[in-house]
Design a protein around this ligand. Structure first.
Ligand code: ACM
Ligand code: ZN
Length: 754
């Protein structure tokens, strides 16, 4: 009862406040990530030539940042007075927390540390006109609405990763990337510096890393799965000199961003081995990789390799003051170790069980070396295989299982599951979306919904979750504009996942702030993806329903395949489906179309919207829109299995019954299976079928596929209410194919009954 009284009181206070302020919505600050507590107050602060700044000496970095931001961005020069004051306040409990109070008389920033004050400055920055971002603010003063913000982050590790191995990006761009992290209160940049396709950090002791390992002769173009693969024939590469790295590290320090360098071992080492073949098991001269994937040439476990790696790390430690050094550990095939006399001898001498324990030996030996120099290691979740190095932090990427295991063993973890954190995946279904890593799909809303704490962990265990980060692998990201496209706006969602208390998160409100933030990104010349003005659709029991991500916008549509325009019908409720349709829709304001056209052909057929039952559930990851999606008139994507249409079954035999509701004459049943042997996906060899009470009594053989889909059409001439299908799994994957000897997946979509 006590609680209820408080709730009533709060509503009353809010009401009073709303009466006071003529238009609180208009002045509501639009900050990303949303602060923990924020209250708009009466009045405005005017920033003009009379304003000065003072700061406690240990808040200098943040004070300097604000001074430069204002003075470079506008004609205003700050004096020395207390109108803007930075006060060190030890009563603020979180090192990264701050209090920002803007009243008509002054702006006060309180923080325990310079980092906390820096985040106050980033909030204040978002209350200032975007023209300050690029120095085009020409007015004499800036009016800032009054507000009180009390803020601190939810997670300690708030990061972004960037792979500069597959593609290489300039120092200027790396600084721009760090600027973006800092603006969003992210504190860690994970710089993935070595790869099969290129070694990107100057190591003075090993000049061939620069001369050989930093360049490849050519690069795969287009999809990895193309047959045959295409190459551009152009030499490609580059590396960062140690001077450049020192400059970047200092730049990041001035923005409270820690750089964690990653030196991959024992896998993803083909470039290094191409420069120094003796570091591999075979000693063979190989090339820097020109295509993507996982390669068998990994570092050998002989002493000479450790000597090389320790020498490399010595130079790395000189450049990077971070507590953590990332040593990779992922995707290291053991084929060469299995056949290498040196590695086999190591296994024997150390009393190891197998090559997985050898991987543990490898990582633990490097950990010991780095611990001896006062540093800690981070590794991808494969470092759990064969036992975890004693002090390692695990970066969980293949789902959350690695994180769960590590946290239960009381190891720190950083969350980067592909499901929510892989920014190299496509973010929209739109056909003009650029080529991206195959199969993955990560729209903005999914990033926003991420909870870094796996639900399997107890409260005590969840203390080991340091935070999360977005990963940007660059196989399909050839230039800097494309990096920005993949990163923005998903980084905005990730920043809020990591900073904002869950009860302050609201997707609709976030989306409105993202739309507002576009202006700032424009001013910063950041090439963000804009999918806010896209329309989405789904078949419902009442017809075809259209929605948009952003609320309060007009959707106009056509059903005859013509482009929607300002005179097209305004969408106001589900569109009835009683014939074949091509729905085209887009968002409009009063004078123009805002986003891309959404197109959805609907194939009207006799089973559409009827009852369907399947004997087993599809896999959780590939559940499409459930069994109903098989008879919704919409065909699954040609290129992507995790859309709303395809259903994926992990090895099961399927029995499907469709109830048409009444007897009907049917002439054909048609369906489609996905084929992707490299992902263990096979069409069945046969479909068995039958009608009404007769049960299953016929069979259609399916010819062996050669493409990416198999379409099966069964001709009939029957009157029936029920259709039964039995679809046995393909059976064990044949020798010589990926996953040989395992049961493959079956992917099915749309059962078309005519
Ligand atoms: C990874 O994506 N191989 C860590
Ligand atoms: Zn070896």
């Amino acid at each position: 009862m006590q609680f209820k009284k408080i709730a009533v009181l709060m509503v009353f206070i809010t009401f009073l406040y709303n009466c006071d302020s003529p238009n609180p919505e208009k002045t509501k600050p639009q900050i990303i990530p949303m602060p923990a507590q924020m209250e708009s107050t009466k009045g405005e602060f005017v920033l003009d030539q009379s304003v000065g700044m003072s700061f406690d000496s240990n808040l200098k970095v943040s004070a300097t940042f604000l001074k430069e931001f204002i003075e470079k961005g506008s004609a205003i020069q700050l004096r020395q007075n207390n109108k803007i004051s930075f006060i060190q306040d030890d009563t603020i409990s979180n090192d990264e927390g701050y209090q920002l109070t803007i009243t008509p008389k002054q702006i006060e920033i309180r923080a325990k540390t310079d980092q906390g004050a820096f985040y106050a400055v980033q909030s204040l920055r978002q209350l200032l006109p975007v023209d300050l971002e690029n120095g085009t603010f020409y007015m004499e003063n800036i009016t800032i609405p009054c507000v009180t913000i009390t803020d601190s982050p939810q997670f300690k590790h708030r990061g972004m990763h960037l792979d500069v191995g597959r593609h290489f990006f300039s120092v200027d761009f790396i600084k721009k990337y760090i600027d973006a992290l800092a603006m969003l209160k992210m504190n860690t940049f994970h710089w993935h510096l070595t790869e099969d396709q290129g070694w990107r950090i100057e190591i003075k002791k090993y000049p061939k890393l620069q001369e050989v390992a930093a360049f490849r002769e050519q690069t795969l173009i287009g999809s990895y799965n193309a047959d045959p693969q295409q190459f551009d024939g152009k030499r490609y590469g580059g590396f960062y000199t140690q001077e450049e790295i020192k400059d970047v590290v200092a730049y990041a320090q001035n923005r409270h961003v820690t750089i964690i360098p990653e030196i991959e071992m024992p896998g993803h080492a083909q470039a290094a081995i191409s420069a120094y073949p003796e570091l591999g098991c075979t000693g063979e001269q190989i090339k820097v990789a020109e295509t993507w994937g996982v390669f068998d040439h990994i570092f050998c476990s002989k002493d000479e390799t450790f000597e090389f790696l320790e020498n490399v790390l010595d130079e790395v430690l000189e450049l990077f003051p971070s507590k953590y050094i990332h040593i990779g550990g992922d995707e290291a095939p053991k084929t060469h170790w299995e056949n290498c006399p040196n590695c086999q001898q190591r296994i024997k001498e150390e009393g190891l069980k197998d090559e997985h324990e050898l991987q543990n030996y490898f990582i633990t030996r490097i950990e010991k070396y780095l611990n001896g120099k006062g540093r800690q290691i981070i590794g991808w979740d494969e470092i759990l295989e064969g036992g975890l190095a004693p002090n390692a932090t695990v970066m969980s990427w293949r789902g959350t299982q690695g994180a769960i295991e590590a946290a239960k063993q009381h190891h720190n973890v950083i969350m980067t599951p592909t499901s929510h954190c892989y920014f190299d995946y496509k973010q929209s279904d739109n056909e003009d979306e650029p080529l991206a890593n195959s199969g993955g799909f990560l729209p903005l809303e999914k990033v926003y919904s991420f909870n870094p704490i796996p639900e399997e962990l107890t409260e005590e265990e969840s203390q080991y979750v340091l935070g999360a980060q977005g990963n940007v692998w660059t196989e399909y990201v050839p230039n800097e504009k494309q990096v920005e496209y993949m990163v923005f706006p998903r980084i905005l969602a990730m920043s809020e996942v990591l900073w904002t208390p869950t009860n302050n998160k609201n997707y609709a409100d976030f989306i409105a702030r993202v739309e507002h933030f576009h202006q700032r990104l424009d001013a910063l010349e950041i090439n963000y993806a804009n999918h806010l003005y896209e329309v989405e659709g789904e078949v419902t029991s009442t017809g075809y329903k259209l929605t948009s991500i952003i609320e309060n916008k007009t959707i106009r549509y056509t059903t005859d395949g013509t482009e929607p325009s300002l005179t097209s019908e305004i969408y106001s409720g589900a569109i009835p489906i009683n014939t074949d349709l091509v729905i085209k829709a887009a968002i409009f304001n009063s004078d123009k179309k805002l986003g891309a056209t959404f197109t959805q052909p609907i194939n009207y057929h006799k089973a559409l919207g009827k009852k369907i039952n399947i004997n087993v559930q599809p896999s959780k990851t590939y559940a499409g829109s459930g069994a109903d999606g098989l008879i919704n008139g919409i065909t699954g994507s040609d290129t992507r299995i995790n859309d709303k249409e395809w259903l994926g079954f992990d090895g099961e035999d399927l029995e499907i019954t469709i109830d048409l509701g009444e007897e009907m004459e049917i002439n054909s049943i048609e369906t489609r299976f996905y084929e992707a042997p490299w992902m263990w996906i096979y069409a069945p060899k046969v479909i068995e079928f039958g009608i009404d009470q007769h049960g299953i009594n016929s069979k259609a053989e399916i010819p062996e596929s050669t493409g990416t889909h198999t379409v099966v059409k069964i001709k009939l001439n029957e009157t029936t209410r029920y259709i039964h299908l039995r679809i046995p799994n393909f059976g064990l994957i044949p020798e010589g194919k990926p996953g040989a000897g395992h049961q493959p997946w079956t992917f099915i979509d749309e059962i078309i009954v005519n």
